[in-house]
Design a protein. Structure first.
Length: 270
């Protein structure tokens, strides 16, 4: 029994030594809590290909790769916790994760609650049925039409403002139909329950590439930065900022974007 206890103690010491060695060899020193845990946990709404989605039970996508590379630079493992987008900031503030990486637009309203480290600039696009039977070629063409969008997103708020502007100019409102998951919003267009779908350009381009029954209607619209969201004044923020700068400097961020066929759908920040 004593020998077994000594073996267990030795194994435990080896585990801690290995973890300590990984952090010590990190190019960026992570905050103490991240180093102690040996991992950085990201909240992500894993329903948004090609940025984040499931292949079987494994999360994949550009954001997953970026988060993984950030973890590597800190000498820790990256974990991804699937979180519904309209509750994702609440989950971060409740410390269910260390940061959010989920194609999240950096907006003034969200900056009241979280800090951002921006990594790309992304516009939005309208997706329609192949052949564009409703003739939607620009944003104002959505007047009087139904359009699906994921709830809790800036895309939803953008459509609401566009609809109010159209009404003010004497045109019909946009019929905005929200869904808790982006994939449900796309399914609504596929089933003909709405006239169009609205989402980030990389996502729209990906859907169109994979499904020939879809086409791009209007694009690009209102490009704005997307960023990794972190709790206010958290020491993780400067570490992530250094990691993103390093991913630009070593070319890995551009390689990730190219890997997921997003180059024409995004703008680089440097």
């Amino acid at each position: 029994m004593k020998r077994l206890a000594l073996c267990a103690a030795g194994l435990l010491a080896l585990v801690f030594a290995t973890a300590a060695g990984a952090v010590q060899s990190a190019k960026i020193k992570p905050p103490a809590n991240i180093a102690k845990a040996g991992e950085i946990v990201f909240c992500s709404d894993v329903t948004y290909p090609p940025e984040e989605y499931f292949q079987g039970t494994k999360p994949v996508g550009s954001d997953i790769d970026i988060g993984t590379e950030i973890g590597k630079l800190m000498g820790v493992k990256a974990e991804f916790k699937n979180t519904t987008f309209d509750g994702i900031i609440v989950a971060l503030q409740a410390k269910k994760c260390d940061a959010i990486i989920s194609g999240m637009n950096d907006t003034a309203e969200r900056r009241k609650s979280v800090d951002f480290v921006d990594y790309l600039k992304v516009g939005q696009s309208v997706m329609v049925k192949s052949g564009n039977p409703k003739g939607i070629h620009k944003l104002d063409d959505l007047s009087g039409h139904s359009i699906s969008v994921e709830s809790g997103t800036t895309n939803r708020g953008f459509l609401d403002k566009a609809s109010k502007r159209l009404v003010k100019s004497g045109k019909k409102a946009i019929k905005i139909v929200t869904f808790p998951k982006d994939t449900d919003a796309v399914a609504a267009l596929k089933a003909g329950r709405v006239d169009a779908y609205f989402g980030d350009s990389p996502v729209v381009f990906n859907y169109v590439k994979l499904d020939k029954s879809f086409a791009v209607g209007a694009s690009p619209i209102s490009p704005i930065p997307i960023g990794i969201a972190i709790r206010k004044h958290d020491p993780l923020t400067p570490a992530v900022r250094r990691a993103v700068a390093m991913l630009y400097a070593n070319g890995k961020l551009r390689k990730i974007v190219a890997k997921w066929d997003m180059t024409r759908a995004v703008q680089f920040l440097r």
